[in-house]
Design a protein around this ligand. Structure first.
Ligand SMILES: Nc1ncnc2c1ncn2[C@@H]1O[C@H](COP(=O)(O)OP(=O)(O)OP(=O)(O)O)[C@@H](O)[C@H]1O
Ligand SMILES: [Mg+2]
Length: 1044
């Protein structure tokens, strides 16, 4: 049983969002009463169950009613709507508030999981905060008593990058507000605006104001948003005038930043991981919850790290303190969110163990004043003492004086009558109300640009009204009819919008960047209702046209993802294109491909912002978004796991770095922080160690090449020219290398050593050399001759890679490196590995001042001849390979390839039979020679020996011929494999032009036909060769029996 003060935990599952619907996602969550079960989409048997205090199914079985509110679709529906969630959680908060307990409601979950929907709500679907405030005012109305006064103060703050921003203050606070600590109040925010309210409408308006400030407080309208935590505090005071008693409850409503950020931090090996404070609050919250959960389970925990972050300081009493606390954990039901959802459920499970000790906050008003007075007396005497001691007074007493002033202010506040407070607030409220009514009227009259934020909760708060005539939009206010907007890449005079004769046009100025519906605009264009407008790097607006153009459309469809997907599609990167690259046009998009696509469109605007910040801070860095392994497959043609990465180039020195997504996001946070300080006029000096724009020079991965190992099974020397391909599938260089089976002393085996049956190798020692001759036409060096290259490769299952020496300053780099490897005893596993796998060689680019790549294989065991011993162990199934569905043309070719391999196996059987015949013949011959007789008992003549001898020669020549045929076959098969790889890289054009598509289709069909033909040809040549050998052998046998 939970004790009354355990933190109560509720979980809510939201409906699929558009993206998940498009991807035809599966729901991996099921719910029975308060139990939730989650199923791993990659392994349906991996099922985990959790039980919470409350569980809400808001995923299905709902309809929209006439007021636009989502409600259950029938009496049997289990859909939990906003009202139901409020009835449980909000009512509980209210009940506790009336009793005088502090109450806290926290919303936790990944970005887009429904935290803000549950807490604040969208449109008519009001969430817990508005409903709670509404009900509170209603209850106050119904409980009016003569000698009792109710006071409500509303405050709203945001924690971003550890800074506290007052969302209800009109003034700017660079650096944010200070968090202080006092013995009476614990941690609190100094000078936080606290607005006295007497109606629900006022709270509604304050919420809007606060949200608007959330957008405009940052330098760029899309920069902070869902990376910040928001805390709304409703202070509810019941003053019992007759008894001079005050009962007070602080209701904290906390909408946390997306939980995935907590996992993102620390998972990445960025040297500046600690430099970014962006995730500190969320990580510390996790640590505090873990520590408190351990304490609750009776474990000894030395200390709870409340003080390590701003958020945990402010939530100290909510967690493990004086508060009745509830957490609502929100989750997505989709298979692609499995990891995050599971991690949220685990987090929620830990939280439910936390114990609080809530007390009723009931104090005689007089007592409060007495306590403050006593504290002030103490403070004054300390100041006097310091002064008398002759010490340096200023610094020591500054803090004490400040505390003194704070206390005095609080005393004054207590003593100011509620009426006076209200009167002060009323004036501001009236002004606000006027603005509000004005804005409503303008939306009915003028066309306008309405902001679209990465967080849908913050969309449509800013409206840029386009009055009749010309309006200039930009950073400067020096123009008549100007609308001033801030934002990255926004010029002083960015665009002029003209509203004339029922026609609205937009004209960019100079170099100003403008895109409309994903397309860059360079000259005057007419705006149409619902056009998507992006100004500068990433200031996104939806154009709402003239009143006569409007219908009752659902504007929420045009969300941030819509803008970014459209932009990416115009640049040739969309979900379908990705699917196409995987050859799965008609099918459901693979969840991992969808995840890459989502990552791509989320990171893309951040890259645009980073480029602008770099430009404005004169950092000379260019950032480009790329997808790792976009067009690469492994040696067997399976897709490799794709992930988003950022290529960073110093435009002056041409140095290049490749950053992972996590590293880039982390760096971007630090860049934003520096940029914000720069805009605030701060003088910024960042040393190298903490500079997000600096990194030591490193080697860059340029491309990969595959060399098939099959020839080793037959001890055939392979002389290859293979292409190194980069992530985009383009050629980076050509590698000339040999794979040479050899003797222990390194002598090539030559044609005499060719085996027809690889099983002959079983239990034998195998020696081979990897000879890397040269690398030709290296693009990396064509771009800058001061660079170098190195090649790295893995041999069989050896844990450490091997690498060549660095070669500098040559487009055609001569490497000339020979490494010999030895397998002491060939196993069946090794044979099948060689049959099916390739040697994977990676080309690394070196740049000036960078140390080459190194790998330690110094402890590798050597043979007496100095060759490296490789003990082959079966490697685990490759994890970087995606599942192949295999019902497209290319997969068919792969199926054909393996069929051919089976046919070869059959041919090998034929050969085995031939060999067995030979052995029998050899034995008979031996016997005859020993007896001096032939099998019929007749005497054995010299001529017969001659004949038998020539039979033996024939046997050897069959084998050699067969070996030669096999060698020819494997060489042609290598070509076929390369053709296949090329086919997989061949992309469909991104434009939807029928002609281009037709051309692509023709080319593709031709290429596929070519591969098929090559297959058939190789196979037929082999079959012909073999049948010739068999025929020859039969003739020979016939001849010998005739001559007997
Ligand atoms: N229970 C629900 N019913 C219907 N729609 C929902 C529900 N929960 C969330 N949504 C929708 O999902 C989208 C994302 O929700 P929301 O803004 O609440 O996410 P969030 O968790 O606050 O994300 P962030 O961390 O980015 O702030 C919104 O469009 C919202 O309308
Ligand atoms: Mg939110």
């Amino acid at each position: 049983m939970l004790s009354a003060d355990s933190v109560k935990v509720a979980v809510r599952v939201r409906p699929f969002n558009q993206m998940e619907k498009d991807a035809r996602s599966h729901c991996i969550i099921s719910m029975f009463l308060n139990s939730i079960t989650i199923c791993d989409p990659r392994n349906r048997n991996n099922v985990k169950s959790f039980t919470f205090d409350l569980a809400y199914w808001s995923h299905s079985a709902f309809i929209k009613n006439d007021e636009g509110i989502l409600i259950p679709d029938g009496p049997t529906s289990r859909y939990a709507d906003q009202r139901r969630v409020f009835d449980d959680l909000g009512q509980e908060v209210l009940k506790n508030a009336w009793k005088g307990y502090n109450a806290t409601l926290l919303a936790y979950g990944q970005t887009g999981s429904g935290k803000s929907y549950s807490m604040i709500g969208y449109g008519p679907d009001r969430g817990i905060i508005p409903l709670t405030c509404h009900e509170l005012f209603k209850a106050i109305q119904q409980n009016q008593e003569l000698d009792k006064q109710y006071q409500i103060y509303f405050s709203m703050l945001e924690i971003y990058n550890e800074k506290v921003i007052d969302l209800l203050s009109k003034s700017k606070q660079p650096g944010g507000l200070k968090v202080r600590e006092s013995p009476q109040r614990g941690f609190y925010v100094e000078d936080l605006t606290s607005v006295p309210c007497e109606s629900y409408q006022q709270v509604e308006q304050l919420l809007k104001e606060g949200n608007k400030k959330r957008i405009t407080a940052s330098t760029n309208i899309n920069m902070s948003s869902s990376r910040s935590h928001m805390i709304i505090t409703v202070r509810f005071k019941q003053v019992f005038l007759k008894d001079n008693l005050t009962k007070q409850s602080d209701i904290n409503l906390v909408d946390l930043a997306g939980s995935e950020r907590q996992r993102a931090s620390g998972s990445e090996g960025d040297r500046l991981r600690e430099g970014s404070a962006i995730n500190l609050s969320l990580t510390t919250l996790g640590n505090v919850i873990s520590a408190l959960a351990e304490i609750a389970m009776g474990k000894k925990v030395p200390h709870v790290p409340y003080r390590n972050s701003t958020l945990t300081k402010l939530l100290q009493s909510a967690l493990g303190g004086n508060s009745k606390t509830v957490m609502i954990a929100t989750v997505s039901p989709a298979d692609i969110c499995y990891e995050e959802t599971l991690s949220t459920l685990r987090y929620a499970e830990r939280t439910k163990n936390i114990q609080n000790k809530a007390v009723i906050n009931e104090n005689p008003t007089e007592q409060l004043i007495q306590e403050l007075k006593a504290e002030n007396f103490k403070l004054r005497s300390t100041i006097t003492k310091i002064r008398n001691s002759g010490q340096r007074v200023e610094e020591e007493t500054k803090e004490l004086r400040r505390a003194l002033a704070e206390n005095e202010l609080e005393m004054a506040e207590i003593q100011t009558s509620w009426e006076q407070c209200l009167e002060r607030a009323q004036k501001e409220w009236e002004q606000q109300y006027q603005t509000l009514t004005q804005e409503r009227q303008m939306t009915q009259t003028f066309p306008y640009l309405s902001n679209v934020n990465v967080d849908p909760q913050l969309s449509a708060f800013i409206k840029l009204f386009i009055r009749d005539g010309e309006t200039v939009i930009g950073q400067s206010s020096n123009f008549s009819h100007a609308i001033v907007i801030k934002g990255l890449g926004i010029a002083d005079k960015h665009v002029t919008i003209t509203n004339r004769d029922n026609k609205v046009t937009l004209e960019p100025h100079g170099q100003a960047k403008v895109t409309i519906n994903g397309v860059t605009v360079l000259s005057k264009v007419q705006l149409r209702h619902l056009d998507r407008v992006i100004l500068g790097s990433n200031s996104t607006y939806l154009y709402v046209g003239l009143p006569q153009e409007r219908n009752a459309e659902d504007l929420s469809k045009y969300d941030y993802d819509f803008f970014q997907s459209e932009l990416a599609a115009v640049e040739g990167f969309d979900r379908d294109a990705l699917g196409k690259r995987q050859g799965r046009l008609a099918e459901k998009v693979n969840p991992s491909v969808l995840a890459v696509f989502l990552d791509y469109i989320r990171v893309k605007p951040m890259v645009a912002e980073a480029n602008q910040i770099s430009k404005e801070l004169n950092k000379d860095l260019k950032f480009e978004l790329e997808v790792k392994n976009l067009a690469l497959t492994d040696s067997r043609g399976h897709d490799l796991v794709k992930e988003v990465m950022v290529k960073v180039t110093n435009i002056l020195t041409q140095q290049v770095w490749i950053w992972s997504r996590a590293k880039f996001v982390n760096r971007k946070f630090i860049m934003e922080d520096i940029y914000q300080r720069f805009v605030d006029g701060e003088k910024i000096s960042v040393d190298r160690e903490t500079d997000p724009f600096w990194d030591p020079i490193e080697a860059v991965h340029l491309g990969t090449a595959y060399v098939w190992l099959q020839s080793l099974n037959y001890c055939i020397t392979l002389e290859e020219h293979v292409e190194f391909h980069n992530s985009q599938g383009e050629e980076e260089a050509i590698l000339q290398m040999n794979l040479v089976p050899c003797s222990p002393t390194g002598q090539p085996l030559g044609e005499d050593g060719i085996l027809i049956d690889p099983t002959e190798l079983l239990g034998q020692r195998l020696d081979f050399q990897v000879q890397i001759i040269q690398c030709l036409g290296i693009k990396w060096l064509k771009q800058n001759i001061k660079r170098g290259i190195q090649i790295r490769y893995h041999v069989l299952s050896h844990p450490h890679p091997f690498h060549t020496k660095p070669v500098w300053n040559n487009v055609n780099a001569r490497v000339d490196q020979v490494m010999q490897f030895t397998v002491k005893s060939v196993s069946q596993e090794l044979l099948s590995y060689l049959q099916n796998h390739a040697l994977v060689l990676d080309l690394w680019g070196l740049q000036e001042d960078c140390v080459g790549i190194s790998s330690s294989f110094g402890d590798a065991e050597l043979t007496d001849e100095g060759s490296i011993i490789i003990d082959y162990v079966k490697p685990p199934a490759p994890s970087r390979v995606l599942q192949e569905t295999g019902d497209n043309q290319l997969s068919e070719l792969y199926v054909k390839l393996s069929k051919l391999e089976q046919e070869i196996e059959l041919l090998r059987d034929v050969n085995r039979t031939l060999r067995r015949d030979n052995v029998t013949l050899k034995d008979t011959l031996k016997r005859m020679m020993n007896d001096g007789t032939n099998p019929d008992g007749k005497s054995f003549h010299h001529s017969n020996i001659q004949a038998s001898g020539s039979k033996g020669t024939h046997k050897a020549s069959y084998e050699v011929e067969f070996a030669k045929a096999l060698k020819r076959f494997y060489q042609s098969m290598n070509q076929v494999r390369s053709q296949l790889q090329g086919l997989r890289r061949h992309r469909a054009p991104d434009e939807a032009s029928v002609d281009l598509l037709q051309l692509y289709l023709d080319k593709q069909t031709w290429a596929i036909k070519n591969v098929g033909d090559s297959f058939e040809m190789s196979m037929n040549t082999l079959k012909n060769d073999v049948s010739l050998i068999v025929k020859k052998k039969k003739e020979q046998s016939l001849w010998s029996s005739v001559t007997k």
